[in-house]
Unconditional design. Structure first.
Length: 246
């Protein structure tokens, strides 16, 4: 497995976000509310078994949405890497391994729910409702940050592919890790520069802080059921943790 395959490919993300599963046909606002609710619940919960319930649920939703499970498992290595880089020194500070495992599961599970949102909702459809719900400065930050993340992953893939091409038989993993660390700062600076240019281009073309699309999604009973799940499940898990288990 090549190192660059750990990064989500923007073209693949756009391809799967335009799917036709039950989850893809749900209203973008409902999917946004569901993902945010699941992420907040994951962060709040302290019982590892209840957190794993949310982990299992998101993989069931991946299956329902007909998303590439194997590819998602590979992409999970990236958020896991960042979480590990944060908690790696916690044992030296006296924290237990159970606590560290809990943080790792929380971080990866939260990333999975964001994967679910992005891979089941086209960016423009999501941006249209975000620009209507939130203030323009917040919706602009959200949209540009979303595109910046994709740009970052795309540039990272290009960097590793180019490095592999120059190496011939491939770069050793030890050197790949060093290369990854050294290129992070450069990619972040390039990403911010790219985001600023995109924003200036949008303003010059008449962007006023609101996206208008021809198609309008309608709120249906399936959306109500998904929204109910986003409300009932967090309350149930919090109740189980605070009343039943504790």
């Amino acid at each position: 497995m090549e190192f660059h395959s750990l990064f989500p490919n923007p073209m693949i993300v756009d391809y799967y976000s335009g799917g036709d599963s039950v989850l893809h046909r749900l209203h973008p606002v409902v999917k946004l509310v569901f993902s945010i609710a699941m992420v907040l619940t994951t962060v709040y919960l302290q019982n590892l078994r209840l957190i794993l319930v949310l982990s299992v649920l998101v993989w069931l939703l991946f299956f329902v949405a007909r998303l590439p499970l194997r590819r998602l498992l590979v992409w999970s290595a990236l958020p896991a890497f960042f979480v590990v880089s944060i908690v790696i020194f916690l044992p030296l500070m006296g924290y237990s391994w159970e606590y560290i495992l809990k943080i790792l599961v929380k971080g990866v599970t939260a990333a999975w729910y964001m994967f679910l949102l992005v891979l089941s909702t086209p960016t423009m459809s999501l941006g249209k409702y975000v620009s209507r719900i939130f203030p323009s400065w917040l919706s602009d930050a959200f949209l540009l940050s979303l595109r910046y993340i994709f740009y970052f992953f795309g540039e990272a893939q290009k960097t590793f592919i180019a490095a592999n091409a120059r190496q011939g038989e491939g770069i050793p993993w030890s050197r790949k890790i060093k290369l990854f660390g050294s290129m992070i700062v450069n990619l972040i600076l390039k990403g911010y520069d790219k985001t600023e240019k995109v924003y200036v281009a949008m303003k010059s073309r008449g962007y006023t802080g609101r996206l208008n699309l021809v198609s309008e999604e309608k709120f249906r009973w399936k959306d109500a059921a998904y929204l109910a799940l986003a409300t009932v499940l967090p309350l149930l898990l919090v109740y189980l943790e605070r009343v039943v288990i504790l």
